[in-house]
Design a binder for this molecule. Structure first.
Ligand code: NAD
Length: 310
């Protein structure tokens, strides 16, 4: 396994991170014992960065991850979040920051997290995030319950604006740097590099789009993107390749991202994704796949409040 420092922090995170949202049945029902096997197998393979949230499966993912990590807490860099608690349930208040972390710690069976993040800032009022949420997170950090703090979300310009206004330790961005979309490097990476903040790239498979099984029904992307990805998966197969391997490898080659976080819930997925990491870097994408994907590249959707899209 390869590790990178997360920005200015002293956290050395695995280049391949374990996204725990599938443990909350977000992509379909998961066998709990298989999920535990996936977590333990990942640790054995050197994956140390685990990302979760109370939102995933409405606390189920945290509970399952907490159970799987029992006796292994010291081997992992554990990240969770606050602020989002349902599809349309948000609370970015200072009071909730404190309560949310206490609840997460109980479910995760630990007395601190390594990284505590505001979940999907674009659903909040930016002034509240800056003046209330983040300062409250600094307070729980001072109490030793979170080692570092960060923000997460989808709209790049809003994330950059927050980072330029108030210091945080990391930013997690999703679906903006992978085979389907690369605008993170134009709109967020330069700011993050300038400030020396840790950058986490989530959803390298575009939340399931870049897989043979395709995206779940709730996925916000357009039918064109789904169709192109399905076609690309078939063509990759005909070439003796796996679209998910190519997609993950593409993300792992990013020069600044500390951890590429992929959602996993089975031992087989962990094995396959670790193998993708061990494959030779800078694999070029076959022309036939590029032809299918480039017309739908950088199609984005609206996430959160309209005023937070810019
Ligand atoms: P992803 O792009 O990682 O795709 C996950 C899907 O791909 C799941 O269905 C999984 O079973 C499947 N998969 C994994 N490996 C595979 C393989 N080798 N072959 C075929 N299918 C495979 O999307 P994601 O899970 O949404 O993102 C990863 C993680 O990033 C999440 O679990 C979460 O921890 C984090 N995340 C955070 C935010 C946020 O904070 N706002 C948003 C999105 C994701």
């Amino acid at each position: 396994m390869l590790y990178r420092k997360l920005g200015h922090t002293d956290l050395n995170v695995s280049l391949l991170g374990f996204g725990a949202s599938p443990l909350g049945n977000v992509f379909g029902a998961v066998d709990p014992s298989e999920a535990t096997r996936a977590v333990l197998f990942a640790i054995d393979d050197g994956i140390n960065f685990f990302d979760v949230s109370p939102y995933y499966g409405l606390t189920l993912a945290e509970k399952r991850l907490g159970e799987a990590l029992a006796g292994h807490r010291d081997k992992v860099v554990l990240a969770t979040k606050c602020g989002r608690y349902g599809v349309n349930e948000f609370d970015f208040s200072a009071r909730m920051v404190t309560r949310s972390l206490e609840d997460s710690l109980r479910r995760l069976k630990t007395d601190y997290v390594d990284l505590f993040q505001v979940h999907d800032v674009e659903f909040g009022d930016i002034q509240q995030i800056i003046n209330e949420t983040i300062p409250a997170m600094r307070q729980v950090q001072e109490q030793g319950k979170a080692r570092y703090i960060g923000i997460t979300g989808y709209p790049l310009k809003m994330l950059a604006r927050i980072l330029e206004t108030i210091p945080v330790d990391s930013v997690l961005n999703y679906c903006r740097y992978n085979l389907m979309c690369v605008d993170m490097d134009a709109l967020l990476t330069p700011v993050v590099e300038k400030l020396g903040i840790g950058l986490i790239n989530a959803s390298p498979l575009h939340m399931g789009v870049l897989t043979r099984q395709g995206a779940p029904d709730w996925h916000p992307t357009s039918p064109d993107v789904r169709e192109a990805a399905m076609k690309a998966a078939t063509v990759a197969n005909e070439l003796g390749l796996d679209l998910s391997d190519l997609a993950l490898r593409f993300c792992l080659d990013h020069p600044y991202v500390s951890s590429t976080v992929v959602g996993m819930s089975t031992q087989r997925q962990v094995e396959q994704n670790v193998k993708a990491l061990q494959s030779s870097p800078h694999q070029t994408i076959p022309g036939a796949l590029e032809e299918i994907l480039s017309p739908v590249r950088n199609h984005v959707w609206i996430s959160g409040r309209l005023e937070n899209q810019q």
